[in-house]
Design a protein around this ligand. Structure first.
Ligand SMILES: Cc1ncc(COP(=O)(O)O)c(C=O)c1O
Length: 390
């Protein structure tokens, strides 16, 4: 076999930090241990039945066996616009203000390539979802990190950024409910973000992946609800979490028409569009009964309550997340986040994600995915208790 060298672009991609965690967990499983894997972000429950049924019947329609139209079916864009109107009272023009995506990740990685030239800078939260870094690398852009600190409820402090950082940034990524911290944003913060964007000409990309998951009767707010938001940026919505459709690869971007046009243009060159049956099922999810979303939310909230109160009872001082399906837990000071994650895996056979994998400001924390049953979460608490760490 000829071993073809990879391009410089490919070599510039960030290392997959969590690949080593996956390998460590795999080894424990091979050794026969009963690992409670809370290290990943893969929803554990199935897609609601009415959505699966919609896919089944749509798959039988020969019209869907052809190429779908470029940029997706108009009915799906209409369903996305109606969803935003119904859920957030946000008006969107389905033709110009909605772009269909192969999942949120695709859009997030495409955006920097759509708007940035090599060397342009982009503001990224730290800690943050590592896939933002991939898009930055593919666009040969420069990443400027915005620290998310617990004392500021894991929101960036714009006053902390220098005038030069603000004036040279072309793009900013935000994500609330937040992965990995579980923090939520309020409307004042989004309104301030619109002002920052206007003052410095920064396109805002709000990743609303966990928009469907908010606790304590507080529905997460959409960035597009802020006045003027649609003029300055976009929001990326995925069906992966709200409807347990992570494997289906479907989402959409909504907002600023010039950014939507740029995404559509890039995608015209990369793909045709999603399988028509997936588009029909996605429209069924957005337009159909939403009880499944409320039920899912209650399940995550109940898991959160069980897990967090269990940890508090054994003396670990942890705070409950306000949204997303992650808990962000401060590790005892004598450990780094990686040492603590290794300790839990080696001694209690519990996998968690070390905070350092999400950026320098993730150090001192581990991320726990509430993606298993309450019984298993209770079992995790019992196993941690036996370690006598607190
Ligand atoms: C913060 C965040 N954004 C985006 C995504 C991407 O989701 P998908 O590509 O499944 O739409 C994820 C998935 O884990 C995420 O955690």
């Amino acid at each position: 076999m000829i071993n073809y060298p990879h391009s410089e672009l490919l070599k510039s991609l960030p290392k997959q930090f969590f690949a080593s965690l996956t390998a460590k967990v795999g080894k424990k499983l091979e050794q026969g241990y009963d690992v409670i894997n809370l290290g990943q972000g893969n929803p554990d429950l199935p897609t609601p039945e009415h959505i699966v049924k919609s896919l089944q019947s749509a798959a039988e329609n020969p019209q869907n066996h052809k190429y779908s139209p470029f940029q997706g079916f108009p009915y799906l864009k209409r369903a996305a616009a109606d969803f935003y109107k119904r859920e957030y009272d946000v008006e969107l023009n389905p033709e110009t203000e909605v772009a269909i995506l192969f999942g949120g990740k695709a859009g997030l990685v495409e955006i920097p390539q759509c708007l940035l030239n090599p060397g342009d800078s982009i503001l990224v939260p730290d800690p943050g979802y590592p896939d933002y870094w991939s898009g930055v690398a593919l666009a040969k852009a420069k990443m400027v990190t915005m620290p998310l600190r617990e004392e500021n409820n894991f929101l960036p402090l714009y006053s902390e950024l220098t005038a030069d950082q603000l004036n040279s940034a072309k793009l900013m990524f935000l994500n609330y409910p937040n992965n990995p911290t579980g923090a939520v944003a309020n409307m004042d913060f989004f309104q301030e973000t619109v002002e920052v964007s206007r003052n410095h000409g920064i396109c805002i990309v709000h990743d609303f992946a966990y928009g469907g998951i908010g606790f304590d009767s507080k529905k997460p707010v959409s960035f597009l609800q802020a006045e003027g938001a649609k003029e300055v940026g976009i929001e990326i919505y995925t069906l992966s979490k709200t409807f347990n459709m992570a494997g289906w690869r479907v989402g959409f971007a909504a907002g600023n028409a010039s950014v939507i046009a740029a995404l559509n243009l890039l995608q015209d060159h990369l793909y045709v569009s999603l399988f028509g049956a997936v588009q029909e099922a996605a429209a069924a999810a957005l337009s159909g009964p939403q009880e499944c979303v409320h039920e899912l939310n209650s399940i995550y909230e109940s898991r959160r309550n069980t897990f967090i109160s269990g940890l508090q009872e054994i003396g670990w001082e942890v705070k409950a997340p306000k949204g997303s399906f992650f808990a962000w837990l401060r590790v005892p000071e004598r450990f780094t986040s990686e040492e603590f994650a290794d300790c839990l895996l080696d001694k209690a056979h519990i996998a968690v994600a070390p905070g350092i994998g999400f950026g320098d400001f993730g150090e001192g924390y581990v991320r726990v995915g509430l993606l298993t049953s309450e019984e298993r979460l209770k079992e995790a608490v019992d196993r941690i208790k036996k370690l006598n760490l607190f």
